[in-house]
Design a protein around this ligand. Structure first.
Ligand code: ZN
Ligand code: ZN
Length: 270
């Protein structure tokens, strides 16, 4: 099984290597759209909803199909349409009234420069990996602080804990301050590292995907935590447990910070 996964990963890397320049040429052909002040908010909301959709479909299918239900982390708790709709409305509202003004200011002060040459694959992999590790650390500290200080928890983080059983659309169900903080952590790291715009876009996509997967409520055979070896990555079961029990698993993706700080819990029975 490990050999198949390694071979698939290697094949994916070769394909990506060959595709990066073509992909970048395809992206830059849409320069007016990419440079438009509306692009970041459209990109963010479209990617978020596109990544949520398969899990929304899975929620409606797996409640009827036991073969799929076995992958649900809390099979006794299923989201209803009445729970999903407010999440979609809140996310759309935040994108329009909060994320758009911020990205507009960013567009005004730091116009996007589109180089002709795409980045090299090793550079993309390294920088996306470093951005993820930095984001993981920054959110771990923010998250720990917002659980340890009762006023911070009540005022800013409690809203994200409305649902003790997560489903994909709970990913961005949070306060304005939490959304702005996470957006800032995600945006600042590629800037600090001087990433190519394509690397930055890939990082944003990976970050949105991983955060949706974290909240999906499913432990699927191809989930990221099953692909990363040695228990280095917590993923959906790790974050689902945080929503269920509140007092552990503060890092969004990796497990090392929780292990170092003694806040790591491995299973739902602990
Ligand atoms: Zn929390
Ligand atoms: Zn969460």
């Amino acid at each position: 099984m490990l050999r198949v996964k390694t071979a698939s990963f290697f094949l994916l890397c070769v394909c990506l290597w060959l595709c990066l320049q073509s992909l970048w040429d395809f992206v830059t052909a849409e320069e007016p759209l990419i440079k438009s002040p509306f692009f970041p908010v459209l990109f963010s909301f479209t990617a978020y909803m596109a990544f949520c959709l398969p899990y929304i479909a899975l929620d409606f299918l797996s409640i009827r199909l036991p073969n799929l239900r076995k992958y649900k982390i809390q099979p006794q708790n299923y989201p209803t349409l009445a729970m999903m709709v407010p999440c979609i409305i809140q996310s759309a509202y935040h994108h329009v009234v909060l994320i758009f003004p911020v990205t507009f200011l960013h567009w005004y002060w730091r116009p996007m420069n589109l180089p002709v040459i795409a980045p090299e694959l090793p550079e993309v992999l390294l920088e996306v990996g470093v951005c993820l590790l930095l984001f993981d650390f920054e959110y771990f500290l923010w998250h720990l602080l917002h659980h340890k200080v009762p006023w911070l928890y009540k005022t800013f983080h409690k809203v994200h804990h409305k649902h003790v059983s997560t489903f994909a659309l709970t990913t961005q169900y949070s306060s304005v301050w939490e959304l702005l903080s996470l957006g800032f952590f995600a945006a600042i790291n590629p800037v600090l590292l001087g990433c190519h715009p394509l690397t930055e876009m890939i990082f944003f996509l990976v970050n949105i995907w991983l955060s949706v997967e974290d909240h999906s409520g499913y432990d699927l055979p191809w989930s990221t935590h099953r692909l990363v070896p040695f228990g280095l990555y917590g993923g959906a079961p790790h974050h689902d447990l945080h929503h269920l029990k509140f007092k552990s698993n503060y890092a969004p993706y990796f497990t090392h910070w929780d292990k170092l700080f003694g806040t790591f819990t491995e299973s739902h029975s602990n």
